[in-house]
Design a protein around this ligand. Structure first.
Ligand code: CA
Ligand code: CA
Ligand code: CA
Length: 469
């Protein structure tokens, strides 16, 4: 044991000196004869057309070719030459120098996928040196490996081309006559300081002959007079392989252009818990049939006072997403739902629905509301003027001792009161609902003068910001 240790430390210390003086002796002693752990390391970059801005993996394989268990196995890596390659934090896992290290039984082999990126701007490819250590390795000569990290040269360019059409008849494909000519096509992305731009020809074709490679390249269109919607945010990964030379880009008209939606309650007011009936009218004013249509209803304000329509009442327009409307067709759906008890605290119930299609973009919204009278409560709030322009009410910004009014939306006066010294006001015993707030004098609301008066426990004080008229 002693002898083995001292021989090992010789090798670790001054290989050149030893090679000169002890060459004969060393060559006579084969490394595999040493008892003890012996880690051997190999590494490769997995096959791939790697780009300089990619996260590039390195597969590190560690094998214990010795005859004893290797403990406290740790690894590290650094850029040996070329642009700086930095390993991702936490990529080392159990091989980290901050931990206790890994254990390899004699004969055991494992591969670790390390990741990192090229951060340096220098030209060329990095060579990364990986070192693996265990305290009593019998041969350090195989514990280190150099891995070239080869990337597509950043000056590489490739052709990006295709054809654009506006899918007028909504059949999902290019129908003769749908080609979009004279459209501005652009390609941009990190490392392209000025977007490249071309115009489509009479056949709707566009071609960029030399787009620099990069992991994030985006194709988009501008200056379209007819309001076509094109796919947005589709990322092209250009790695020089020329995958994007034959693109078919579909423009779609927003569904809201062809589909009109209306919702109406059958009464102006309901009692809490009552079953309300609504009529939903859908009209296809376009020249092509619509299919795959569906409705999604909800309360965008999250107040939970919306009429709950059981899904099955929507039929094909429900979760099946199979509603159809022929060109010019008008369809009326009669639906019923229970008015939530909570609606009386807000003084109203609502139904807000969006209409969409599986293959369409931007469908219409429709909404309606009905009164649910019942609750009355004091309505208290603050009238304020943002004197220091920090978008929030501060001390001394209340509008004091001013007569203020509450009116219905059709301008009937409901209550009249005076603000206190700090700008607060209470309108007593007001029915829950929506009102207009006004301050008497040279004042007008900055944003909206509408007040949602909600009864306790759901209500809270409101603020109305005013400015000189
Ligand atoms: Ca070794
Ligand atoms: Ca078509
Ligand atoms: Ca302020």
């Amino acid at each position: 044991m002693r002898r083995t240790l001292s021989r090992r430390s010789f090798r670790a210390v001054g290989a050149l000196t030893l090679a000169f003086t002890l060459a004969g002796t060393l060559s006579a002693v084969p490394a595999y004869a040493d008892p003890g752990p012996n880690l051997k390391v190999t590494a490769t970059v997995p096959d791939g057309r790697w780009l300089r801005d990619d996260t590039i993996p390195i597969d590190l394989t560690i094998t214990n070719i010795g005859d004893a268990t290797a403990t406290e196995v740790k690894a590290q890596g650094s850029t040996y030459s070329g642009p700086y390659y930095g390993f991702d934090p936490n990529t080392w896992g159990e091989l980290s120098h901050d931990g206790p290290g890994a254990t390899f039984q004699a004969g055991e082999s494992r591969t670790y996928r390390l990741t990192g990126r090229i951060w340096g701007a220098e030209a060329g490819n990095p060579v990364v040196r990986l070192d693996v250590a265990t305290p009593a390795d019998t041969d350090f000569g195989d514990n280190s490996v150099d891995v070239p990290v080869n990337v597509i040269p950043p000056e590489t360019t490739e052709r990006v081309a295709g054809q654009v059409y506006g899918d007028k008849n909504r059949d999902g494909q290019l129908t003769p006559g749908e080609e979009l000519a004279g459209l501005k096509a652009l390609v941009g992305g990190p490392g392209i300081p000025t977007e490249l731009s071309v115009l489509t020809d009479a056949a709707g074709r566009f071609s960029f002959d030399a787009v620099p490679v990069g992991a994030i390249r985006v194709l988009y269109f501008r200056d379209d007079p007819d309001g076509w919607l094109f796919p947005e945010g589709d990322v092209m990964r250009l790695d020089g392989s020329g995958k994007y030379q034959n693109q078919s880009v579909q423009g779609r008209q927003p569904l809201e252009k062809d589909l009109q939606a209306k919702i109406a309650f059958d009464k102006a007011r309901y009692a809490p818990g009552e079953t309300a009936k609504v009529t939903v009218t859908l009209t296809n004013s376009g020249a092509s049939p619509l299919s795959g249509l569906y409705a999604t209803c909800g309360d965008p304000r999250g107040t939970d006072i919306d009429l709950k329509i059981p899904q099955e009442q929507w039929g094909a327009f429900g979760p099946a997403q199979a509603g159809t409307l022929a060109a010019g067709e008008r369809l009326t759906l009669t639906l019923t739902g229970q008015v939530p008890e909570k609606a009386q605290y807000f003084g109203k119930t609502v139904l807000d629905c969006g209409f969409n299609g599986k293959t369409y973009l931007r469908g219409p919204w429709a909404s309606a509301e009905a009164a649910v009278p019942g609750k009355r409560a004091d309505s208290r709030g603050l009238a304020w003027v943002d004197k220091n322009r920090n978008y929030q009410p501060d001390d001394g910004e209340g509008l004091p001792n001013t007569t203020v009014t509450l009116s219905t939306k059709d301008h009937r006066l409901v209550s009249l009161a005076k603000t206190d010294a700090k700008g607060f006001v209470t309108f007593p015993n007001v029915a829950a609902g929506e009102y207009e707030f006004r301050a008497v004098g040279p004042w007008k609301a900055v944003h909206d003068s509408t007040i949602q008066h909600v009864a306790p426990p759901y209500g809270s004080e409101w603020w109305v910001q005013l400015e000189p008229r």
